[in-house]
Design a protein around this ligand. Structure first.
Ligand code: AMP
Length: 281
């Protein structure tokens, strides 16, 4: 696997790949890679002739400086995971890459103001700007994103439609630990006890999915899950919303037959975790 640290070098490599008619698959990440990331890499390797993974922790998408400072890092482990999964190139630019970020104007149709956007102001603007820069540098045919970050995926689709129509965005299902906990780089910051408490997040999602077979009222489902899973102090719920999978706007009932997503953000100790489940009603 090639490891590239300079933008110019990456761009030259991409020109070479394109001249040879390669299909480029791209997996942008923030590192501290786990099986969730590996599943994206494997999909890209299976469907493209070149797979490029990027690792860059973009300071402009962190609204909480502490969250940025404490974001876990493990370059050696990341390189091993990527090599095991047959990634061709790791693009890991230095801190100076932040100076190349431009302000990309897209219409996020209000999706940047709700759910994560409400609690992390500026997060999606920062995310769009870095993904746009990475798309420019890597020029992928296909880019792989996890449904674990469902709202991010929706906004990346908008970026694609408005600025990068040639790139195909491939959504990928959330990979979970056996316990049900969604894999996340931030899980590394959880104590044993916090990790145990965090299990209630996925349990709440599975419970809502199960109950939604009989109960269609979003309010009833939401109230019951909050009572059952978030009544203790150990896990602090930030939001639990049952929303339309297209618009991300809360729904009042699940009878429409349209895909619904249940989204949760909660703090286990100081670590903020998000998770969601898609209900194909
Ligand atoms: P991150 O490094 O957290 O920015 O994530 C990089 C990519 O991996 C994003 O597209 C995420 O949605 C995806 N991802 C993160 N965790 C998971 C997971 N548990 N399952 C599937 N994809 C994931």
């Amino acid at each position: 696997m090639l490891i590239v640290r300079k933008r110019k070098e990456m761009e030259a490599l991409v020109r070479g790949y394109k001249a040879e008619n390669n299909k480029i698959g791209f997996v942008p990440t923030m590192g501290y890679l786990h099986e969730g990331h590996a599943s994206l890499i494997r999909q890209s390797v299976a469907n493209n002739s070149i797979t490029i993974c990027s690792i860059f922790v973009n300071p402009t998408q962190f609204n909480n400086p502490e969250d940025f400072r404490l974001y876990p890092k493990n370059e050696k482990g990341d390189v091993e995971l990527l090599q095991q999964n047959k990634c061709d190139v790791l693009f890991i630019p230095g801190d100076e890459f932040v100076n190349d970020i431009l302000d990309v104007m897209i219409d996020m149709k209000g999706a940047d103001k709700i759910l994560e956007g409400e609690f992390r102001p500026g997060h999606f603007k920062g995310m769009v700007n870095i993904v746009a820069l990475l798309f420019q540098v890597v020029q992928p045919h296909k880019a792989y994103f996890g449904q674990k970050d469902f709202q991010q995926l929706c906004i990346v689709q908008m970026l694609r439609a408005q600025k990068f129509p040639k790139i195909e965005i491939i959504p990928s299902p959330t990979i979970r630990e056996e316990s049900g906990l969604a894999m996340s780089s931030r899980n590394a910051r959880l104590s044993k006890e916090e990790k145990q408490n965090a299990l209630k997040i996925s349990q709440a999602l599975f419970s809502i999915r199960e109950h939604s077979k009989q109960i269609w009222s979003a309010k009833t489902l939401k109230d019951q899950a909050i009572k059952d899973f978030f009544s203790s102090e150990e896990l602090k719920l930030e939001y639990l919303e049952i929303v339309d999978a297209q618009t991300l706007v809360p729904v009042s009932d699940l009878a429409s037959g349209l895909p619904i997503v249940v989204c949760i953000a909660a703090f286990a100790g100081k670590v903020r975790l998000i998770d969601n489940i898609i209900i194909n009603s």
